[in-house]
Design a binder for this molecule. Sequence first.
Ligand code: FRU
Length: 490
Amino acid sequence: MEWTRDRRYRRIEEVSSEKMKELTNRVTACPWRQSFHIQPKTGLLNDPNGFAYFQGTYHLFYQWFPLGPVHGLKYWYHVKSKDLVHWEDAGIGIAPGYLYDNYGAYSGSAIEHNDKLFLMYTGNTRDENWVRHPYQCMAVMNREGAISKLEEPVISAVPKRYTDHFRDPKVWKQDDHFYAVIGAQRENMTGTAVIYQSEDLIDWSLEGELKTSLQNFGYMWECPDYFELDNQGIFVFSPQGIEAEGDLYQNIYQSGYIIGEPFNPSDRTFHHGSFQELDRGFDFYAPQTTLGEDGRRILVGWMGLPEIDYPSDVNGWAHCLTLPRELSVRNGKLIQQPVKELKLLRKKEQNAKGVLENEVKMFDGIQGTAFEMVSEISSLQAEEVGIELRANETKKTVITFYPRMKKLTLDRSCSGEEVGSKYGTSRACYMDTAKLKLHLFVDTSSVEIFVNSGEEVFTSRIFPDKDCDQIRFFAKNGRADFKVQKWDIR
Ligand code: FRU
């Protein structure tokens, strides 16, 4: 079926319940459904939105097109959780459709104010000539969880000197004022971010651009986020239009951060270091953070990218969210660790250890298709050490460390069904370490690799066969010590 414009902008209630049922059955039967990640029940999921801890519960929304694996009329879908691990389905959070968001309730964020959760988002509209007009809209969720939209947008006009690519407000509170940062494109086709200020979340005044040293850095900055951590200011954003450079910026679009002195509202100048990518894997984009229950800064990302076909498309759905990660700062760098609550998923522990020398080895009981695993690899004398996971006789996803070259790679050329191979089949990063700790979360169709306690992360979708349950460890041209701890998940 061709996804014509009409089909992409059809509302869910215009589709018969039989058709939705048919789609749901197709999705449910897909062999790549995840077992412990947030995924759409049908259709396409993209960015996480409105992530907040509000009155004892985590609320998380995501961009959702219900009717198929394409970008069309976007809803906010709502899930909630007490522990960041078990998520309850809370249904559609924001449906598009009123004057100011009739072509999509696009990305945005949440903030608590006066006992309510304010959801600020971009209303996407199109005029009769298909020209886009973005509005920044507000919806409010009360204590009972009922969400209602404000009648009028809170920011109606795109300020002068910016194009209609003006979206994704992220709100925070600083010194008793509210600020919103909005992703923007200048008329000269460079990306930037624009700051607004408000006392009540309703009346907003334009302050001006966030002044960074990245003046010519891509053509659009999507999904900005600002927060402070460890007395530093951190600005996260997803720039589009950055060229690949060695091992860097290999994906179609990037996601990363700059870190510096806390944001100074009086002149909006942000003194910062260089742009750093958040993730080294194939599928990571448009993350959003919130402050957790106990002051932790928690990040969730979209495990996917725009404009790339995924093998699950044929079964009527695409994409999932990453696991929540706790952020900290070490030596000017963001460290990402899986939140500790994920231990709740652990079932049946298995342990193994051994010295490997010029061999590929499996350990008794260490296998699976959905698991958490911590491998410590030390005494690195081999030229290459690593792990092959989700493997069988013909398929494997391979993590390799080259101690002499100080390089870590993830290779999905033999993982299974191809995805995004136009952008290459391996990813790499520099890694200078005497021993390697790989903390893995593997699900039916994804892998998240936290390296050396979160110094680097590789996040990727993979589409192996169902029977790819082998985990093999290897040391080539020399030896290395392996210590492995693994838990089944669910
Ligand atoms: C990022 C993005 C946002 C936009 C949303 C629409 O993937 O393009 O900029 O608000 O997706 O779904």
